[in-house]
Design a protein around this ligand. Sequence first.
Ligand code: NAP
Ligand code: MG
Length: 488
Amino acid sequence: MTEHSSPLTFDTSWQYAPAPESADHISLKSRYGLFIDGKFRKPRSGKYFDTINPANEEKLAEVAEADAADVEAAVKAARRAYDKYWSKLKPAERGKYVYRIARMIQEKAREFAVIESLDGGKPIRESKSVDIPLAAAHFFYYAGWADKLAYAFPGRDPRPLGVAGQIIPWNFPLLMAAWKLAPALACGNTVLLKPAETTPLTALKLAELIQEADLPPGVVNILTGAGETGAAIVRQPGIDKIAFTGSTEVGKIIQKAVAGTHKKLTLELGGKAANIVLEDAPIDQAVEGIVNGIYFNQGHVCCAGSRLFVQEGVAGEVIQKLKTRMQTLIVGDPLDKNTDIGAINSRTQLETIESYLKIGQEEGASMYQPAYPLPEKGYWCRPTLFTDTAQSHRITQEEIFGPVLAVQTFRTLEEVVAKANNTPYGLSAGVWTDKGAKIFGLTQQLRAGVIWANTYNKFDPTAPFGGYKESGFGREGGLHGLEAYLQL
Ligand code: NAP
Ligand code: MG
């Protein structure tokens, strides 16, 4: 299905033979309708759009564009399902359905992983080892809570909210769907989910799986479309709760639209995380962690460690080792098991990243990129490092959402805390040091929802995730994630 291209690297000793994952076992329809009330239906407008493979710009399938009338039909179906079955079902029975979804995702994990990489451009190694297993793990975790909500909130009376409208981005398509659906369903809500325009396919495969799992019709509705479909969901009066993950810009629009209505809201928005390396850190592990933190998933990660702070005494060594490591990163075919950095998700996103590369150079920062060639077709960006950056630079302040790292140095812990907190965001951070006391000291002072110590980008369904400041409010994951879908 995809054209294979083996990227060349600087140092020929780092070239691997191609190891493409087979795409023979996947089944994709040429056209997908909207999943409403347990069936795939044509959109009222009759409009469809293409979803493409960003690694070769080839069309994968056509998907329906939902408008306000389709959203209304889905809300009616969700309300009926809520009143008739889902809110009346014994919690343990609800849990069984959620477990079934978890098991079926595991059974179809290979197919989901390949489709995720085809539609979104992320390396197959990541889809297989991170996205799909974590999505299944979220369903398993929340299935367990379905009949134990009274124990989660002792002395209170947890009840579902009703119909939830959920809008998700393109960077972790199935995983974001799982973060949204699993707690909502376990708590007894029914849902409408809108995947991102550029990555609808795993959500549609999930709709097929939900049909196969025999979930009562209308409990889960999946509506593909563009930003306007999301806006129609936000406006729909029959919805009780909006859960949004995406950009801070759209999050603000949604917050305004929901203000003054009965709808509950949670927002998981952008980030500009500080990854902080102290002089006593294990340097080689830290370099791996920095690479994992920003070049992982093409930097399409809300919690990506996009700002690196290195203490002066080790700055030279860290930057040199980082550059050497960057030369060995393999950029290319997402379906190749050796690939470290896949395709940028869309042409628009590539243009955004490229505009920041220009801005960074114009601001006076020094840019470093390994010189290896990139595949000819598709959307690609080399891993990029900016040094000589300042706090005032746009590349150190704004979320780029690409494989672009801005480095700054510091002398004292007070200085790094002030610099790291000097951002409108507060989603995540990383600290690398040999001393536990410094870890505890820094984590107390950094204004970020998630802080990793001597590791980066580790996720677990039991751990709550979410931000401070303009990174949003509400928590997903863990016990905290249940609160977003309950009235207590
Ligand atoms: P986005 O442009 O905000 O889009 C997110 C979703 O909202 C998409 O489904 C989008 O549809 C839809 N949408 C667009 N305009 C809308 C509107 N006016 N009303 C309602 N929905 C609307 O974000 P993105 O570019 O897809 O994702 C990247 C952003 O997500 C980054 O800022 C990243 O940090 C953030 N993110 C945060 C977390 C977290 O947990 N905090 C996790 C992942 C990503 P279309 O796709 O059709 O435009
Ligand atoms: Mg696509």
